[in-house]
Design a protein around this ligand. Structure first.
Ligand code: COA
Length: 270
């Protein structure tokens, strides 16, 4: 049986692809385990600078596998909680990756599929895709994905879409901030993801890791003296780091910084 999660590399880009099209890339305990492991292993590979999370087939992901959810309902309380934690851990792992992540959304995303998109740093989506947080229609709630989805679309939008389970369009997702760009077709999707990757590769890898950590640290926190001190400490530290020195020197000397690739970047064709 083909693996439900395919891992590949294209130059310095790590490609993680959901490959369960016959189930619309729904994820059960096995897929969750494979996906979590794939993301962790990409994080650990020195040569990988950015990770693209793609899918094959008609849908990006139909979220949690409902057969798996049904089985879990018969588990003991402890087993059920352990099982739910696995999905929560997948979302947290993706959200917490230190490398830049891009969702290449070629089709519809429902439930946990929306969670995956929300957990990536950048999302590019085909304009015909639709999204929905359908959980309440199934008598469920979008629990473990909620911190990431609410952070992406805001509480007011979540109040509508968590409560109604209505479908919303890619244009709505763009307007709400869930996705950054819309593409007309799959070629355009690859072009747009490719140019974002090209931009990502211009940045210093340590600086990008620090930038992600910075966002986590300041997001949704009121400004106060502790943040002033922390942000000043961060820039003081990074501008004296080897990467900070190299970046400034490269600019002044009108040359490419050491981390910028010579060759043009690939577009992550799936
Ligand atoms: N879990 C398990 N299986 C799923 C699934 C899910 N989340 N979503 C789709 N599938 C399966 C279907 O059961 C079906 O299996 P079968 O061929 O053995 O009958 C197969 O995928 C094809 O789905 P089907 O509904 O026939 O295709 P469609 O094109 O008409 O509709 C969807 C596709 C994704 C719109 C529809 O299946 C759907 O609404 N799925 C549920 C999505 C959802 O609410 N996810 C959130 C879960 S919390």
């Amino acid at each position: 049986m083909p693996s439900a999660v395919v891992v590949d590399r294209q130059g310095s880009i790590g490609l993680v692809t959901l490959n369960r099209p016959e189930r619309h890339n729904a994820f059960d305990d096995v897929v969750i385990g494979e996906l979590t492991e794939a993301l962790r292993s990409m994080e650990g590979e020195d040569g990988v600078r950015a990770i693209v999370l793609s899918a094959v087939g008609k849908s990006y992901s139909a979220g949690a596998d409902l057969d798996w959810m049904k089985r879990a309902a018969a588990y003991s309380k402890d087993e059920n909680q352990r099982d739910a934690m696995a999905l929560g851990t997948l979302m947290r792992t993706l959200d917490n990756l230190r490398k830049p992540t891009i969702a290449r959304v070629q089709g519809n995303a429902f439930g946990g599929g929306v969670g995956l998109v929300a957990c990536c740093d950048i999302a590019v989506c085909i304009a015909s895709a639709e999204f929905a947080l359908t959980e309440v229609k199934l008598g469920l709630i979008p629990a473990v994905i909620s911190p990431y989805v609410v952070s992406a679309i805001g509480a007011k939008q979540a109040r509508r879409y968590f409560l109604t389970g209505e479908r919303f369009t890619a244009a709505d997702a763009y307007r709400m901030g869930l996705v950054h760009e819309l593409a007309g077709d799959e070629d355009d999707l690859d072009d747009k993801v490719g140019s974002i990757l090209a931009a990502v590769l211009q940045g210093g890898p340590v600086a990008q890791r620090e930038a992600k950590d910075l966002i986590r640290s300041v997001a949704n926190r009121p400004m106060h003296s502790e943040i002033l001190q922390d942000t000043a400490d961060r820039i003081a530290r990074i501008r004296t780091s080897p990467e900070g020195r190299e970046g400034i020197a490269a600019f002044i000397e009108k040359r490419k910084a050491s981390w910028v690739p010579e060759a043009p970047n690939p577009s992550p064709e799936s």
